[in-house]
Ligand binder design. Sequence first.
Ligand code: PLP
Length: 431
Amino acid sequence: MTDRNQELFERAARVIPGGVNSPVRAFRAVGGTPRFVQRAQGAYFWDANGKKYIDYIGSWGPMILGHGNAAVLEAVQKAALDGFSFGAPTEREIELAEAILTHVPSMEMVRLVSSGTEAGMSALRLARGATGRSKIIKFEGCYHGHADALLVKAGSGLATFGNPTSAGVPPEVVQHTLVLEYNNIPQLEEAFALHGKELACLMIEPIAGNMNFVRASVPFMQRCRELCTQYGALLVFDEVMTGFRVALGSAQSVYAKSIPGFKPDITVLGKVIGGGMPLAAFGGPRAIMEQLAPTGPVYQAGTLSGNPVATACGLATLKEISKPGFWDALSARTRSLVDGLSAAAAHAGVPFSADCQGGMFGFFLLPELPHNYAKVMTSDSPRFNRLFHGLLDQGVYIAPALYEAGFVSAAHSETDIAETVAAAAAVFKQL
Ligand SMILES: *Cc1c(COP(=O)(O)O)cnc(C)c1O
């Protein structure tokens, strides 16, 4: 049989760099041929050979209801009939903004954009504009999109400024970006002691999904909040992945349970709020948000911002995930996957640790959950790659890199979970 995935990959590579429009899709970390998706429905997608997979990526998070949810599809079809884009305001943008603010009360105003990168980049400009300061803190292993100032890795010493992680980013552009170790309180305190008065913001993924699944510890998060308040820096929560994915109130609602009154200053959203369409947002208190043009001096704009089809998709998605019982059911499903995988690994004697929150999970071929990027990268990557391909052969599609999170949708059934666990049990025995 000819392999249509391979044919398409070769054809794609002639016209698109690396054959993909976003690097991780190319399977470079795990090797092999990327699967070209033909169509998707519910918890599944089918590749170009017609092979069916249980999908644990869900477009890297957005498809929280599964693919082709009937209510969302209807809303999108209806919106498309009324026009694709106007470049003028619409009522649906207000409705989506209101829905977001209802569930994430730390935000009093929100601006809609088209991608998480755009939202993160704009939040950074806003933080700098609102504080009149330039320096920022980010953490190793956290991803905030591909804006220049955020493509940075740690410099040589403690609390020093970073180096670009991409060609094409001038060193001057990242000279204001301080890169610290996730969950390291003494280093955080030292950085604030040295640079606190010049810091515009601290940007963080509260549960870091771009190093698989690593939670900021409660004491660490509490210290981030205290130091930002003390030094007048803004706490920016990048919830592009965790927003409306780990809880209806997003990750900040999870921290607020342990830290009374906890809230970030600025929140960045994406992925789930678009339900699979290009839509993202950033928001915060009115006084900060009104610094944006046209009311304030911080410029930000977008031709397709608040797109009528994307907002219809996002709004219908948020409506479904706000229904009673949704989060209990989704959390239970995710938990049963994580518990099943853990038991299967233990049975096979494979070192394994896993964690989850709402519809997001992560697992490591490590005996204990790692708490920072360096620890995540001690994972046995050849072993992960064997696990990945073993699952893929059996029709289970997880993220093609050991530093990426996984996602369960409301469309995943207990049968899907049981089949996944059985597939993993078979692979674990040969790892
Ligand atoms: C996906 C992601 C982004 C970037 O969003 P895009 O829509 O891919 O530009 C930013 N931050 C986090 C935490 C993400 O997971």
